[in-house]
Design a protein around this ligand. Structure first.
Ligand code: ASP
Length: 362
């Protein structure tokens, strides 16, 4: 017997009408239960696999999701964690990669699968990608025991914090540019078990009730901080100036706590001293500067070029995708740590999100 908790947060999978907007939870649950193979909370062909549907009171288009909603998802999973073997989070595709990454940082000690999924076409449409994505996500959550926050879409099982939305229209909407898929579903379902994170030890595992209640307290702290979220993304582009950078970093309330820089190439940017001074002043003020690359694939090498961002105090995000970098910075910053500890955490591999250079190459 395996029990899966399906949390419907909104997104295209549950959308109806024109323009599309998510339907209420009870209506979505009835729709799911009417689907061939998913009747009455069971999954045809998987004896003993049962699922339950829960929902956000106000299902969201994921373009409206904020970091506080990540905490709501985490709390919902923690509340029922002990009662289920796996979890599915149905979510809009627009910001699914952010939420799936955030869950890997908000749920340390995760010992069961959390599978994010959704679709490009609503479940109520005759031809859709919603039913295979939903059914596959439930089966993977209920049968694999992978202790990770995952993203399942169009037959690919990806590590959530390695995922990126790469197509706005087609069913193959997600990729994992810097890490291989953890699994594929097809005529044969293959899980690359050598890539899957090891199950957490009992002393840190969320299967241990003491850790589960400690996590609830930690999430309560993060929930208080998240409404004051003040992380920005700064994409470098030809023509960016000191004045523009200053407006981005110093023009908001509450004041900026971190900047996910999407730099050029291996972590490069303009050498204009005034521009670099805006960045180094931010760093001196305790604002954490993450040097990511805006290039889809590959890793940052911050010291490779004279134009590299090493001199302003930015720290390398290596091959973390910018959405994971932002989610991680938001979650770590919400623990109210000093900048040095935030920087140390950002360069620690917490949940398989980053490939750190080996000591020999560092
Ligand atoms: N706008 C939708 C959302 O992110 C798109 C989708 O789900 O595919 O909620």
């Amino acid at each position: 017997m395996s029990k899966v908790y399906v949390l419907y947060t909104g997104g295209t999978i549950g959308c109806t009408g024109s323009p599309l907007a998510p339907m209420p939870g009870p209506q979505f649950e009835a729709l799911v239960q009417s689907m061939p193979g998913l009747e009455n909370g069971t999954v045809a062909g998987y004896a003993g696999l049962q699922y339950t549907v829960a929902w956000f009171e106000q299902p969201l288009d994921s373009s409206n999701m904020t970091p506080s909603d990540w905490i709501t998802i985490a709390n919902a999973l923690v509340a029922v964690y002990a009662d289920y073997d796996g979890f599915v989070v149905l979510h809009g595709t627009d910001t699914m990669a952010f939420s799936a990454a955030a869950m890997s940082f908000l749920l340390p000690g995760l010992s069961k699968p959390v599978v994010f999924s959704g679709s490009q076409i609503p479940l109520e449409a005759t031809v859709n990608d919603a039913l295979p994505n939903l059914t596959g996500a439930i089966v993977l959550a209920g049968t694999t025991s992978i202790p990770e926050s995952l993203l399942y879409f169009d037959s690919l099982l990806l590590r959530g914090n390695r995922s990126v939305k790469v197509n706005a229209n087609q069913f193959a909407a997600f990729a994992s540019p810097n890490f291989p898929p953890l699994g594929t579903v097809g005529t044969e379902t293959t899980i690359q078990s050598q890539l899957v994170l090891p199950a957490p030890a009992w002393n840190v595992s969320l299967s241990n009730p003491a850790n589960l209640s400690a996590l609830s307290a930690q999430l309560a702290t993060q929930a208080q901080v998240m409404p004051n979220f003040a992380i920005i993304t700064m994409i470098f582009y030809p023509g960016i100036t000191a004045s523009l950078a200053n407006a981005m970093i110093n023009g908001s309330t509450p004041s900026t706590k971190g900047v996910v820089i999407e730099a050029f190439g291996e972590g490069n940017g303009p050498s204009d001293p005034a521009f670099l001074q805006v960045l180094s002043r931010a760093n001196d003020a305790g604002i954490v500067l993450m040097a990511n690359t805006q290039v889809l694939t590959g890793t940052v090498n911050i010291g490779a070029y004279a134009t590299g961002l090493a001199g302003v105090g930015a720290i390398s995000a290596y091959d973390m995708v910018p959405s994971a970098s932002l989610a991680k910075l938001a979650c770590v910053t919400a623990l109210i740590l000093p900048p040095a500890s935030i920087k140390a955490a950002m360069q620690t591999n917490i949940a398989g999100e980053i490939t750190l250079p080996s000591t020999a190459n560092a």
